[in-house]
Design a protein around this ligand. Structure first.
Ligand SMILES: *Cc1c(COP(=O)(O)O)cnc(C)c1O
Length: 493
């Protein structure tokens, strides 16, 4: 068998086992084929189903141990093409509107390869890759109006960015918490967010040892924004009951409906009450790049900390998020550890005085920044702004089509790019309408033509269309409306 990897026998040059190719030209040809196949797939993405369920026979091939003897790179690639490629998520498809996910980009995908070849560990140190991450973080600060003196670190996504923000906020309120833990707390800590807040925040408080009940859900108004008067009452009530309010999480773009909390009002309240003001801007942060959409996130520049996702509105391939903290010292003090083997001398590879690993829980860190940095260079902030605005226009177009249809109803205001709707089958009562909307989401996904997701708003199941997709065209949405209207038509008897 011809094995391109020489992991077994040392060759004539005495190099011994290595994981490098033994035949570089053959491996180069394979790499070119991978690129050609990937480009062909992406150019013709419209022609395939959005999603295909993996058949049981294929699923069965994922059982079994790792091969002992090398199969070679060609075989590894063939396995990927046959057993993985046909069953991808579909978020690169123009008619994928589930959850809220970026579509990826070609430049981002190529950058992922280059980042791996660069192979740097972004824990810190004096390397080009760390400069790239610091510049991406600076660009994120500019995007939302935080000062350059703010600190930041890239994360896997907004879940971890929000966790880091909460941990910094807690440390700022309880400086000995790193040593004493939460057992040293005299009063229970309480955080606040609207009932529409992302589920990751409750999990942060679970992980931090407070339990999810330490996150008090605050009522929302008719547009699903946090009710700031209710928030004020909750803070007063908790103080009177001997609890210690410390953190408010406002959301710039909720995952259910795309609602934007009134950030100025929350900032004012946090300033009056001495609370940490954290903004979950996983969805909304990129709006800072568009003059038209920026007013939606007004007040974000007053945040103590902000969580961003760069794999949503900026379409970087997964994973790419970031957390920014106004007070660099507060950020570093919440996470920095300095074992002797990481000591810095002020020169050489370990020369930098602060490392990126001091701003979060990870030591070894990948070069996530490159795909974002090259995206910014390739498309410019204007390129991203145009795509975000186009999705917002498409959401308005879809909302208008829904509003004009006698068998569809819209169930939330369209603030930006998320549309929540229900089909109203003729003659159905409330329960039958609920059931129809629940099953229709599954049916659509299995058909593979359109992939929205479902959610429940004020107790009613509905269909949620998140237009975070730079490949969607208006006619995709028109065809979708036709399909929904067909679902609402009486079944042929
Ligand atoms: C997506 C999202 C998150 C979670 O982000 P991940 O990147 O999936 O970790 C948190 N908050 C909001 C508002 C989101 O939309």
């Amino acid at each position: 068998m011809n094995r391109p990897w020489r992991t077994e026998e040392p060759e004539g040059d005495g190099a011994g086992p290595t994981l490098d190719p033994s035949d570089w030209d053959r491996t180069r040809a394979l790499a070119h084929r991978m690129i050609d196949d990937a480009f062909d797939d992406l150019r013709t993405v419209r022609d395939r189903p959005v999603w295909t369920k993996m058949p049981d026979e294929v699923a069965a091939t994922f059982e079994g141990p790792a091969p002992r003897t090398p199969l070679g790179a060609e075989a590894a690639y063939a396995a990927f093409r046959e057993r993985v490629v046909p069953y991808r998520m579909g978020n690169d498809h123009p008619r994928f509107w589930a959850y809220y996910m970026g579509s990826g980009t070609v430049i981002g995908a190529l950058a992922e390869f280059l980042a791996a070849i660069d192979a740097s560990n972004l824990g810190g140190t004096e390397i080009g890759a760390a400069r790239v991450e610091r510049q991406v973080l600076d660009w994120c600060k500019e995007m939302i109006g935080l000062p350059k003196s703010a600190s930041g670190v890239m994360t896997s996504g907004a879940s971890v960015a929000n966790l880091i923000g909460a941990a910094v906020a807690r440390h700022a309120h309880v400086p000995d918490v790193r040593v004493q833990g939460i057992e040293g707390l005299r009063e229970p800590l309480v955080a606040y967010a609207s009932g529409e807040v992302h589920s990751c925040h409750a999990r942060s408080l679970e992980l931090m040892g407070h339990g999810s009940r330490a996150l008090h859900p605050v009522a929302t108004d008719e547009a699903f924004r946090i009710d700031v008067a209710a928030l004020r009452r909750a803070v007063a009530h908790d103080r009177a009951a001997g609890r210690r309010p410390w953190l408010v999480v406002a959301t710039a773009g909720t995952v259910n409906t795309g609602a934007f909390d009134d950030l100025h009002a929350v900032a004012d309240l946090c300033a009056e009450e001495g609370l940490w003001f954290h903004v979950d801007a996983a969805i909304g942060a990129p709006y800072g790049l568009s003059a038209r959409l920026r007013p939606k996130i007004a007040g974000i520049e007053r945040a103590d900390s902000v969580a961003l996702d760069l794999h949503k509105g900026l379409h970087a391939p997964f994973e790419a998020g970031a957390v920014l903290v106004r007070d660099e010292v507060a950020h570093r003090e919440a996470f920095s550890v300095m074992p002797p083997y990481l000591a810095r001398s002020g020169r050489g590879l370990a020369g930098r005085s602060t490392w990126l690993s001091e701003y979060g829980p990870q030591l070894t860190r990948g070069f996530k920044a490159l795909k974002v940095w090259m995206g910014f260079l390739a498309y410019g902030t204007d390129g991203f702004a145009r795509v975000l605005e186009r999705n917002a226009d498409q959401a308005r177009h879809l909302a208008a089509r829904v509003d004009a249809s006698p068998v569809l109803e819209r169930v939330a205001p369209v603030e930006a790019d998320i549309v929540c709707l229900r089909v109203l089958p003729e003659g159905a009562d409330r329960d039958a309408i609920d059931a129809a909307n629940r099953t229709l989401v599954d049916e659509l996904q299995e058909e593979g033509d359109f992939v929205p997701s479902g959610t429940t708003l004020r107790g009613r199941p509905c269909i949620r269309v998140a237009l975070c997709n730079h490949r969607t065209r208006p006619d995709d949405l028109d065809r979708f409306v036709t399909r929904l209207e067909r679902a609402a038509a009486p079944a042929p008897s």
